[in-house]
Ligand binder design. Structure first.
Ligand code: KIV
Ligand code: ZN
Length: 526
């Protein structure tokens, strides 16, 4: 049995296969990022894309967190059949029961159970003795095994845990029936060589770990998440926990696209493979960015908009002569070629449906009818409609079902140095309300008028505007976060005019605030 070391030689470990499972935690650790709150429908949309991307395991959430979370995980479990679906748990029966409620319809369910094993966490956070941690580990896994056979166990803050104690916990977890052992660098503290040593020591202390799957989970506080994940694979891990665009707690998790493309691009060096269809990476990145409201930095590895751009003349010259002079990967390999698809105002309903099909979306019946109406409205105002626009419009359409207030009309008067004025009409069921507002700029004026109609006292916490594509006629994608009674409500909308998108995004957030729930009602079929 062998795997490659950093020098490319081999050394002994348990797991001789060269297949590395990709465990995606975008919907759990990723969703824990400040300001991200995905509703059940959005979770499903991302999960479906992760299925197309070919990840092995989707961690769909932390079921005990809220009833909305149970619904979201449940929806993913019902509809995404070719991936294992996991839900996170503390070592408590209530957590496991909530996860079971969410996962009971899954084709391949997994419980992910964690407890902290570092002295620091046990003493100050858990206020538990090491013996109590061992006992809870055993009891939780034993209970979980009565429902599901696929159990992952994580030693939280593993990289700051005493190796002997962590070994004891891992031994206990395996004896109780855990099938995957995850060793997270919870606080993003370790370094690649140190992480390898921690894992090698664990293998030496717990030989039976060779019969289970070892997993790594890294955070990016020192910018080392991907390097640490790859070191973990070199030390014997055959599961890597990652998130699209590297979103996650604090500085984020290891980025899926970085780990997967490093293993693929440097296959001769690493000698491993994954089941990921890399041509789905760009689309996955765009979808997660849009639904999370987290823009991707332009120079982000693999998925940043400059990742394949060549600015310096000398580089451009080299690339024109031979792409390999400055490019280690093809843009096509992450799916950027799809962006060339373009529709215009003469395109018909079939062309629209075919374009969506080419992008991997099945749009039919009422959904197609609505999509086509929307497409025509946009096509009157925007000459070329690209794949990025189509994706953004479809996302936008899926949000329409949860809105109580719909913008009918927006009139703005604004001039430099003068107070701006807005006049709005908003439909709520059969009733149309109108109101006016004044403010420091047109958006402020519009939001004041809309707040009056929605009768909301929520305060504006975030306001982001992004252009879906380049060009002067680009669609504007606006995200608004409102806060009310300590809860946040996110609304997002796409339109050719950013003031219109801003107003609709505000109304979507206000609809949620009025309902008092950050997780709107789940639409059962899409
Ligand atoms: O970072 C961490 O330790 C975690 C665990 C729950 C796996 O996210
Ligand atoms: Zn984490």
């Amino acid at each position: 049995m062998s795997h490659h070391t950093s020098e490319g030689s081999t050394m002994s470990t348990s797991d001789s296969t060269n297949y590395v499972k990709i465990f995606d935690t975008t919907l759990r650790d990723g969703e824990q990022s400040p300001g991200i709150s995905l509703n059940a429908q959005e979770k499903l949309e991302i999960a479906r894309q992760l299925e197309r991307l070919g990840v092995d395991i989707i961690e769909a959430g932390f079921a005990i967190a809220s009833p909305g979370e149970v619904k979201g995980i449940g929806l993913v479990a019902q509809h995404v059949r070719s991936c294992t679906i996991a839900s996170l748990n503390r070592t408590q029966q209530a957590d496991i029961d909530a996860s079971w409620e969410a996962l009971k319809d899954a084709e391949s369910p997994r419980f992910h159970i964690f407890i902290a094993t570092s002295d620091l966490h046990m003493e100050h956070k858990l206020r538990m003795t090491p013996d109590e941690v061992l006992e809870q580990t055993r009891d939780a896994i034993t209970y979980a095994r009565t429902k599901v056979s696929d159990i992952e166990f994580s030693c939280e803050d593993a990289t700051r845990s005493r190796p002997e104690f962590m070994a004891e916990v891992v031994r206990t977890a395996l004896a109780a029936g855990a099938t995957t052992i995850n060793i997270p660098d919870t606080v993003g503290y370790t370094t690649p060589i140190e992480y390898m040593e921690i894992l090698q020591t664990l293998y030496a202390n717990v030989p039976e770990l060779h019969e289970a799957t070892l997993s790594v989970h890294t955070h990016n506080d020192l910018g080392l998440a991907t390097a640490n994940s790859l070191a973990g694979v070199q030390a014997g891990a055959r599961q890597v926990e990652v998130a699209i665009n590297g979103i996650g707690e604090r500085a984020g998790n290891s980025a899926l696209e970085e780990v997967v493309m490093a293993l693929r691009t440097r296959k001769a060096f690493y000698g491993f493979e994954t089941g990921v269809e890399t041509r789905e990476i760009a689309r996955s990145s765009r979808l997660v960015s849009r639904l999370s409201g987290y823009p991707v930095q332009p120079n982000k590895a693999i998925v940043g908009k400059n990742a394949f751009a060549h600015e310096a003349g000398i580089h451009q010259d080299g690339v024109l002569k031979n792409r390999r002079t400055y490019e280690i990967m093809d843009a096509e390999s992450i799916g950027l070629a799809h962006n060339e698809l373009v529709l215009g105002k003469h395109s018909g309903r079939h062309a629209l449906q075919a374009a969506y099909a080419e992008l991997g979306y099945v749009v039919e019946g009422e959904d197609l009818k609505r999509a086509f109406t929307r497409f025509k409205e946009i096509a009157d105002r925007k000459k070329n409609i690209s794949a990025l626009d189509l994706e953004a419009l479809l996302d936008d359409q899926s949000r329409e079902t949860t809105e109580r207030f719909v913008l009918e009309r927006l009139a703005l008067r604004t001039a430099t140095g003068e107070t701006s004025q807005a006049e709005v009409s908003v439909r709520e069921g059969e009733t149309v309300h109108t109101a006016t507002g004044e403010g420091d700029g047109p958006i402020d004026a519009a939001f004041k008028a809309l707040a009056e109609i929605a009768a909301t006292t929520a305060t504006l916490r975030e306001f982001n505007v992004n252009a879906v594509t380049g060009g002067q006629d680009a669609l504007g994608d606006v995200r608004v976060v409102l806060e009310q009674d300590g809860q946040t409500f996110t609304g997002q909308a796409v339109a050719p005019d950013i003031t219109e998108a801003a107003a609709q995004a505000y109304l979507r957030a206000a609809s949620l605030a009025a309902a008092g729930t950050p997780n709107p009602i789940v639409r059962e079929t899409i």
